[in-house]
Design a binder for this molecule. Structure first.
Ligand code: NDP
Length: 329
Protein backbone atom coordinates (compact mmCIF):
# COMPACT_ATOMS: atom_id res chain seq x y z
CA UNK A 1 0.00 0.00 0.00
CA UNK A 2 2.03 2.97 -1.26
CA UNK A 3 0.72 6.42 -1.86
CA UNK A 4 -2.63 6.66 -3.57
CA UNK A 5 -5.13 9.16 -4.97
CA UNK A 6 -7.90 10.64 -2.87
CA UNK A 7 -10.40 13.46 -3.20
CA UNK A 8 -9.97 15.88 -0.31
CA UNK A 9 -12.54 18.40 0.85
CA UNK A 10 -10.84 21.08 2.93
CA UNK A 11 -11.83 24.24 4.80
CA UNK A 12 -9.67 27.31 5.40
CA UNK A 13 -9.60 29.55 8.47
CA UNK A 14 -12.48 31.59 7.09
CA UNK A 15 -14.41 28.28 6.78
CA UNK A 16 -14.34 28.54 2.98
CA UNK A 17 -14.58 25.07 1.48
CA UNK A 18 -12.48 23.74 -1.41
CA UNK A 19 -11.98 20.37 -3.09
CA UNK A 20 -8.94 18.83 -4.82
CA UNK A 21 -7.37 15.52 -5.84
CA UNK A 22 -4.47 14.72 -3.50
CA UNK A 23 -1.97 11.94 -2.98
CA UNK A 24 -2.10 10.44 0.48
CA UNK A 25 -0.57 7.47 2.28
CA UNK A 26 -1.89 4.81 4.66
CA UNK A 27 -0.80 6.97 7.60
CA UNK A 28 -3.38 9.58 6.56
CA UNK A 29 -6.31 7.18 6.94
CA UNK A 30 -8.30 7.21 10.16
CA UNK A 31 -8.43 4.51 12.82
CA UNK A 32 -10.32 1.33 12.05
CA UNK A 33 -9.80 -2.42 12.28
CA UNK A 34 -10.35 -3.30 8.62
CA UNK A 35 -8.52 -1.86 5.60
CA UNK A 36 -10.29 -2.21 2.26
CA UNK A 37 -9.18 -1.70 -1.33
CA UNK A 38 -12.01 0.36 -2.79
CA UNK A 39 -13.03 -1.01 -6.19
CA UNK A 40 -16.23 0.93 -6.82
CA UNK A 41 -18.12 3.82 -5.31
CA UNK A 42 -20.89 6.06 -6.56
CA UNK A 43 -22.24 9.58 -6.36
CA UNK A 44 -25.18 10.01 -4.04
CA UNK A 45 -26.96 13.30 -3.37
CA UNK A 46 -25.18 13.50 -0.02
CA UNK A 47 -21.80 13.19 -1.76
CA UNK A 48 -22.84 16.17 -3.86
CA UNK A 49 -23.64 18.12 -0.70
CA UNK A 50 -20.27 17.17 0.83
CA UNK A 51 -18.26 18.23 -2.22
CA UNK A 52 -20.15 21.47 -2.91
CA UNK A 53 -20.75 22.38 0.75
CA UNK A 54 -24.38 23.21 -0.13
CA UNK A 55 -25.46 21.69 3.18
CA UNK A 56 -23.12 21.03 6.12
CA UNK A 57 -22.89 17.23 5.91
CA UNK A 58 -19.10 17.15 6.47
CA UNK A 59 -18.25 16.99 10.16
CA UNK A 60 -14.46 16.43 10.04
CA UNK A 61 -11.78 18.34 8.11
CA UNK A 62 -10.14 17.49 5.82
CA UNK A 63 -12.63 14.89 4.57
CA UNK A 64 -12.50 12.26 1.87
CA UNK A 65 -16.11 12.15 0.67
CA UNK A 66 -17.88 9.04 -0.58
CA UNK A 67 -20.54 7.50 1.66
CA UNK A 68 -20.42 4.00 0.17
CA UNK A 69 -18.11 1.52 -1.50
CA UNK A 70 -17.66 -2.06 -2.67
CA UNK A 71 -14.18 -3.48 -2.31
CA UNK A 72 -11.83 -6.20 -1.08
CA UNK A 73 -10.40 -6.56 2.42
CA UNK A 74 -6.64 -5.97 2.50
CA UNK A 75 -6.07 -6.51 6.22
CA UNK A 76 -8.36 -7.11 9.15
CA UNK A 77 -8.27 -7.36 12.94
CA UNK A 78 -11.98 -8.17 12.90
CA UNK A 79 -12.62 -11.95 13.08
CA UNK A 80 -15.65 -11.58 10.76
CA UNK A 81 -13.48 -10.44 7.81
CA UNK A 82 -10.30 -11.84 6.27
CA UNK A 83 -8.06 -10.55 3.48
CA UNK A 84 -9.67 -11.07 0.08
CA UNK A 85 -13.26 -10.92 1.36
CA UNK A 86 -15.55 -8.89 -0.88
CA UNK A 87 -17.38 -6.31 1.20
CA UNK A 88 -19.88 -3.48 0.92
CA UNK A 89 -20.22 -0.42 3.11
CA UNK A 90 -22.84 2.28 3.15
CA UNK A 91 -23.57 4.87 5.82
CA UNK A 92 -22.24 5.00 9.38
CA UNK A 93 -20.93 8.54 8.82
CA UNK A 94 -18.33 7.41 6.27
CA UNK A 95 -17.68 10.34 3.92
CA UNK A 96 -19.14 12.69 6.55
CA UNK A 97 -17.31 12.16 9.86
CA UNK A 98 -14.99 9.27 8.88
CA UNK A 99 -12.73 9.35 5.78
CA UNK A 100 -14.73 7.94 2.90
CA UNK A 101 -14.81 6.07 -0.37
CA UNK A 102 -13.21 8.49 -2.85
CA UNK A 103 -9.73 7.02 -2.34
CA UNK A 104 -8.17 3.74 -3.38
CA UNK A 105 -8.10 2.54 0.22
CA UNK A 106 -10.40 3.02 3.19
CA UNK A 107 -9.83 2.04 6.81
CA UNK A 108 -13.07 1.48 8.68
CA UNK A 109 -14.73 -0.21 11.62
CA UNK A 110 -15.57 -3.84 10.76
CA UNK A 111 -19.01 -3.41 12.34
CA UNK A 112 -19.94 -1.11 9.46
CA UNK A 113 -19.16 -3.68 6.76
CA UNK A 114 -21.23 -6.50 5.35
CA UNK A 115 -20.09 -9.24 3.01
CA UNK A 116 -21.06 -8.54 -0.59
CA UNK A 117 -24.48 -10.07 -1.23
CA UNK A 118 -24.58 -13.20 -3.42
CA UNK A 119 -25.89 -12.52 -6.89
CA UNK A 120 -24.56 -8.97 -7.21
CA UNK A 121 -21.13 -7.99 -8.53
CA UNK A 122 -19.16 -5.22 -6.74
CA UNK A 123 -20.02 -2.86 -9.62
CA UNK A 124 -23.72 -3.74 -9.37
CA UNK A 125 -23.64 -3.09 -5.62
CA UNK A 126 -22.49 0.45 -6.31
CA UNK A 127 -24.89 0.89 -9.23
CA UNK A 128 -27.44 0.40 -6.46
CA UNK A 129 -25.42 2.28 -3.82
CA UNK A 130 -26.90 4.07 -0.84
CA UNK A 131 -29.64 5.57 -3.01
CA UNK A 132 -30.87 2.19 -4.25
CA UNK A 133 -30.46 0.63 -0.82
CA UNK A 134 -32.58 3.45 0.61
CA UNK A 135 -35.23 2.78 -2.04
CA UNK A 136 -35.30 -0.83 -0.76
CA UNK A 137 -35.63 0.39 2.86
CA UNK A 138 -38.64 2.43 1.73
CA UNK A 139 -40.20 -0.64 0.11
CA UNK A 140 -39.57 -2.66 3.30
CA UNK A 141 -41.19 0.11 5.37
CA UNK A 142 -44.32 0.06 3.19
CA UNK A 143 -44.48 -3.74 3.36
CA UNK A 144 -44.04 -3.67 7.15
CA UNK A 145 -47.01 -1.29 7.26
CA UNK A 146 -49.05 -4.04 5.61
CA UNK A 147 -49.39 -2.46 2.17
CA UNK A 148 -49.36 -4.47 -1.04
CA UNK A 149 -49.98 -3.81 -4.75
CA UNK A 150 -53.60 -5.07 -4.64
CA UNK A 151 -54.57 -2.13 -2.40
CA UNK A 152 -53.91 0.64 -4.93
CA UNK A 153 -51.17 2.63 -6.67
CA UNK A 154 -47.87 3.84 -5.23
CA UNK A 155 -46.42 7.29 -5.93
CA UNK A 156 -42.65 7.95 -6.25
CA UNK A 157 -41.30 11.53 -6.17
CA UNK A 158 -37.91 12.66 -7.46
CA UNK A 159 -38.57 9.92 -9.98
CA UNK A 160 -35.57 10.50 -12.27
CA UNK A 161 -33.08 10.53 -9.38
CA UNK A 162 -31.11 7.68 -7.81
CA UNK A 163 -33.60 6.68 -5.12
CA UNK A 164 -36.53 7.34 -7.46
CA UNK A 165 -35.37 5.23 -10.41
CA UNK A 166 -34.48 2.24 -8.22
CA UNK A 167 -37.77 2.58 -6.28
CA UNK A 168 -39.75 2.59 -9.55
CA UNK A 169 -37.89 -0.49 -10.84
CA UNK A 170 -38.35 -2.39 -7.56
CA UNK A 171 -42.00 -1.49 -7.04
CA UNK A 172 -42.95 -2.28 -10.66
CA UNK A 173 -41.27 -5.69 -10.42
CA UNK A 174 -43.19 -6.35 -7.19
CA UNK A 175 -46.44 -5.72 -9.08
CA UNK A 176 -47.27 -2.15 -8.02
CA UNK A 177 -48.99 0.38 -10.30
CA UNK A 178 -46.32 3.09 -10.07
CA UNK A 179 -47.08 6.80 -10.48
CA UNK A 180 -43.86 8.77 -11.03
CA UNK A 181 -43.59 12.45 -10.05
CA UNK A 182 -40.89 14.29 -11.97
CA UNK A 183 -39.78 17.77 -12.93
CA UNK A 184 -38.25 16.21 -16.05
CA UNK A 185 -41.28 15.13 -18.06
CA UNK A 186 -38.88 14.74 -21.01
CA UNK A 187 -37.75 11.59 -19.17
CA UNK A 188 -41.26 10.08 -19.33
CA UNK A 189 -40.26 7.31 -21.76
CA UNK A 190 -37.22 6.42 -19.64
CA UNK A 191 -39.35 6.27 -16.47
CA UNK A 192 -41.93 4.11 -18.25
CA UNK A 193 -39.17 1.76 -19.41
CA UNK A 194 -38.29 1.25 -15.73
CA UNK A 195 -41.89 0.35 -14.93
CA UNK A 196 -43.75 3.62 -14.24
CA UNK A 197 -47.39 3.31 -15.35
CA UNK A 198 -48.20 7.03 -15.07
CA UNK A 199 -46.16 10.23 -15.01
CA UNK A 200 -47.13 13.39 -13.08
CA UNK A 201 -45.43 16.73 -13.65
CA UNK A 202 -43.88 17.93 -10.41
CA UNK A 203 -45.60 21.32 -10.97
CA UNK A 204 -48.95 19.63 -10.32
CA UNK A 205 -47.88 18.94 -6.74
CA UNK A 206 -46.18 22.29 -6.14
CA UNK A 207 -49.19 24.37 -5.04
CA UNK A 208 -49.94 24.93 -1.35
CA UNK A 209 -51.60 21.64 -0.37
CA UNK A 210 -55.25 21.39 0.62
CA UNK A 211 -55.90 19.86 4.04
CA UNK A 212 -57.23 16.83 2.17
CA UNK A 213 -57.37 16.33 -1.59
CA UNK A 214 -58.78 13.62 -3.87
CA UNK A 215 -57.31 10.24 -2.91
CA UNK A 216 -54.88 9.07 -5.59
CA UNK A 217 -52.55 6.44 -4.07
CA UNK A 218 -52.34 4.12 -1.07
CA UNK A 219 -48.54 4.27 -0.76
CA UNK A 220 -45.65 6.58 -1.51
CA UNK A 221 -41.88 6.85 -1.64
CA UNK A 222 -40.89 10.48 -1.21
CA UNK A 223 -37.35 11.64 -1.89
CA UNK A 224 -37.93 15.39 -1.99
CA UNK A 225 -39.78 16.56 1.16
CA UNK A 226 -41.33 20.04 1.39
CA UNK A 227 -44.46 21.01 -0.61
CA UNK A 228 -44.43 17.89 -2.78
CA UNK A 229 -44.47 15.56 0.22
CA UNK A 230 -47.22 17.67 1.80
CA UNK A 231 -49.29 17.29 -1.39
CA UNK A 232 -48.59 13.55 -1.56
CA UNK A 233 -49.84 13.14 2.03
CA UNK A 234 -53.03 15.10 1.29
CA UNK A 235 -53.74 12.74 -1.65
CA UNK A 236 -53.02 9.47 0.14
CA UNK A 237 -55.93 7.05 0.56
CA UNK A 238 -57.12 6.22 4.08
CA UNK A 239 -54.84 3.91 6.09
CA UNK A 240 -52.12 4.35 3.47
CA UNK A 241 -48.51 5.29 4.18
CA UNK A 242 -45.68 7.31 2.69
CA UNK A 243 -42.03 6.42 3.28
CA UNK A 244 -40.04 9.68 3.45
CA UNK A 245 -36.31 9.55 2.90
CA UNK A 246 -35.20 12.74 1.16
CA UNK A 247 -35.09 16.50 1.04
CA UNK A 248 -34.16 17.34 -2.58
CA UNK A 249 -36.88 20.03 -2.60
CA UNK A 250 -36.44 21.15 1.02
CA UNK A 251 -36.21 20.20 4.68
CA UNK A 252 -39.58 21.76 5.48
CA UNK A 253 -42.93 20.00 5.47
CA UNK A 254 -45.84 22.44 5.11
CA UNK A 255 -48.60 19.97 5.95
CA UNK A 256 -51.37 19.71 8.53
CA UNK A 257 -52.47 16.88 10.78
CA UNK A 258 -55.54 16.30 8.55
CA UNK A 259 -54.17 13.30 6.55
CA UNK A 260 -53.08 11.65 9.81
CA UNK A 261 -56.17 12.20 11.96
CA UNK A 262 -58.91 12.16 9.32
CA UNK A 263 -57.57 9.43 7.01
CA UNK A 264 -55.24 7.46 9.27
CA UNK A 265 -52.36 8.09 6.87
CA UNK A 266 -48.89 7.27 8.22
CA UNK A 267 -45.60 8.97 7.50
CA UNK A 268 -42.77 6.43 7.72
CA UNK A 269 -39.30 7.88 8.30
CA UNK A 270 -36.37 6.16 6.57
CA UNK A 271 -32.76 6.73 7.65
CA UNK A 272 -30.24 4.54 5.86
CA UNK A 273 -27.16 5.59 7.84
CA UNK A 274 -27.40 3.60 11.06
CA UNK A 275 -29.50 0.58 10.10
CA UNK A 276 -28.50 -2.49 12.17
CA UNK A 277 -26.55 -5.19 10.33
CA UNK A 278 -29.37 -7.77 10.14
CA UNK A 279 -31.74 -5.37 8.41
CA UNK A 280 -28.91 -4.18 6.16
CA UNK A 281 -28.26 -7.74 5.02
CA UNK A 282 -32.00 -8.29 4.49
CA UNK A 283 -32.26 -5.14 2.34
CA UNK A 284 -29.23 -6.10 0.22
CA UNK A 285 -30.53 -9.66 -0.22
CA UNK A 286 -33.88 -8.32 -1.38
CA UNK A 287 -32.08 -6.02 -3.83
CA UNK A 288 -30.22 -9.02 -5.22
CA UNK A 289 -33.50 -10.84 -5.90
CA UNK A 290 -36.05 -8.08 -6.56
CA UNK A 291 -34.17 -5.69 -8.81
CA UNK A 292 -34.14 -6.35 -12.55
CA UNK A 293 -30.45 -6.26 -13.63
CA UNK A 294 -31.26 -4.96 -17.12
CA UNK A 295 -33.18 -2.06 -15.62
CA UNK A 296 -30.34 -1.41 -13.17
CA UNK A 297 -27.93 -1.16 -16.08
CA UNK A 298 -30.32 1.05 -18.02
CA UNK A 299 -30.58 3.55 -15.19
CA UNK A 300 -26.82 3.67 -14.49
CA UNK A 301 -24.07 5.86 -15.93
CA UNK A 302 -20.45 4.68 -15.52
CA UNK A 303 -17.79 7.24 -14.61
CA UNK A 304 -14.13 7.22 -13.54
CA UNK A 305 -12.35 8.68 -10.52
CA UNK A 306 -11.59 11.88 -12.43
CA UNK A 307 -15.30 12.54 -13.08
CA UNK A 308 -16.36 12.37 -9.42
CA UNK A 309 -16.11 16.07 -8.57
CA UNK A 310 -18.06 17.29 -11.61
CA UNK A 311 -20.72 14.61 -11.15
CA UNK A 312 -21.08 15.51 -7.48
CA UNK A 313 -21.73 19.12 -8.45
CA UNK A 314 -24.24 18.05 -11.12
CA UNK A 315 -26.28 15.90 -8.71
CA UNK A 316 -26.97 18.87 -6.43
CA UNK A 317 -28.34 20.72 -9.48
CA UNK A 318 -30.78 17.90 -10.28
CA UNK A 319 -28.82 17.12 -13.47
CA UNK A 320 -27.96 13.48 -12.86
CA UNK A 321 -30.37 10.87 -14.19
CA UNK A 322 -30.71 7.62 -12.27
CA UNK A 323 -27.58 6.19 -10.71
CA UNK A 324 -23.86 6.66 -11.24
CA UNK A 325 -21.19 4.02 -10.63
CA UNK A 326 -17.56 5.09 -10.28
CA UNK A 327 -14.50 2.86 -10.74
CA UNK A 328 -12.11 3.91 -7.96
CA UNK A 329 -9.12 1.56 -7.70
P1 NDP B 1 -30.87 12.61 -6.88
O1 NDP B 1 -30.35 13.98 -7.03
O2 NDP B 1 -30.36 11.52 -7.74
O3 NDP B 1 -32.45 12.63 -7.04
C1 NDP B 1 -33.26 13.63 -6.50
C2 NDP B 1 -34.37 13.92 -7.48
O4 NDP B 1 -35.27 14.85 -6.86
C3 NDP B 1 -33.91 14.63 -8.76
O5 NDP B 1 -33.45 13.74 -9.73
C4 NDP B 1 -35.18 15.32 -9.18
O6 NDP B 1 -36.01 14.35 -9.80
C5 NDP B 1 -35.83 15.69 -7.85
N1 NDP B 1 -35.55 17.07 -7.47
C6 NDP B 1 -34.35 17.71 -7.50
N2 NDP B 1 -34.49 18.98 -7.09
C7 NDP B 1 -35.80 19.14 -6.80
C8 NDP B 1 -36.56 20.24 -6.34
N3 NDP B 1 -36.02 21.43 -6.09
N4 NDP B 1 -37.88 20.07 -6.15
C9 NDP B 1 -38.46 18.87 -6.38
N5 NDP B 1 -37.78 17.78 -6.82
C10 NDP B 1 -36.47 17.93 -7.03
O7 NDP B 1 -30.69 12.22 -5.35
P2 NDP B 1 -30.85 10.77 -4.67
O8 NDP B 1 -31.92 10.02 -5.37
O9 NDP B 1 -29.52 10.17 -4.47
O10 NDP B 1 -31.40 11.20 -3.25
C11 NDP B 1 -32.73 11.71 -3.14
C12 NDP B 1 -32.95 12.29 -1.75
O11 NDP B 1 -32.90 11.24 -0.81
C13 NDP B 1 -31.88 13.30 -1.34
O12 NDP B 1 -32.49 14.34 -0.61
C14 NDP B 1 -30.97 12.49 -0.45
O13 NDP B 1 -30.30 13.29 0.49
C15 NDP B 1 -31.98 11.57 0.21
N6 NDP B 1 -31.41 10.34 0.72
C16 NDP B 1 -31.66 10.03 2.02
C17 NDP B 1 -31.19 8.88 2.57
C18 NDP B 1 -31.58 8.55 3.96
O14 NDP B 1 -30.88 7.79 4.61
N7 NDP B 1 -32.69 9.06 4.45
C19 NDP B 1 -30.30 8.00 1.82
C20 NDP B 1 -30.16 8.34 0.42
C21 NDP B 1 -30.68 9.51 -0.10
P3 NDP B 1 -36.95 14.75 -11.04
O15 NDP B 1 -36.08 15.51 -11.99
O16 NDP B 1 -37.44 13.45 -11.57
O17 NDP B 1 -38.05 15.60 -10.47
Amino acid sequence: MDRFKAILVERDEAKKQSVRVAEIGPEDLMDGNVTVHVDYSTVNYKDGLAITGKLPVVRRWPMIPGIDFAGRVVSSDDPVFKPGDEVVLNGWGVGEAHLGAYAQYARVNGDWLIHKPEGLSPAECMMIGTAGYTAMLCVLALEKHGLDPRMGPVVVSGASGGVGTVAISLLAKLGWHVIAVTGRTSEADFLKSLGAAEIIDRAELSETPKLLAKERWIAGVDTVGSTILANILSMTTGEGAVAACGNAQGMDLPTSVAPFILRGVSLLGVNSVTVPREKRIQAWERLATDLDKDKLKALTTEIGFDDLIETAKAITEGKVRGRVVAKIG
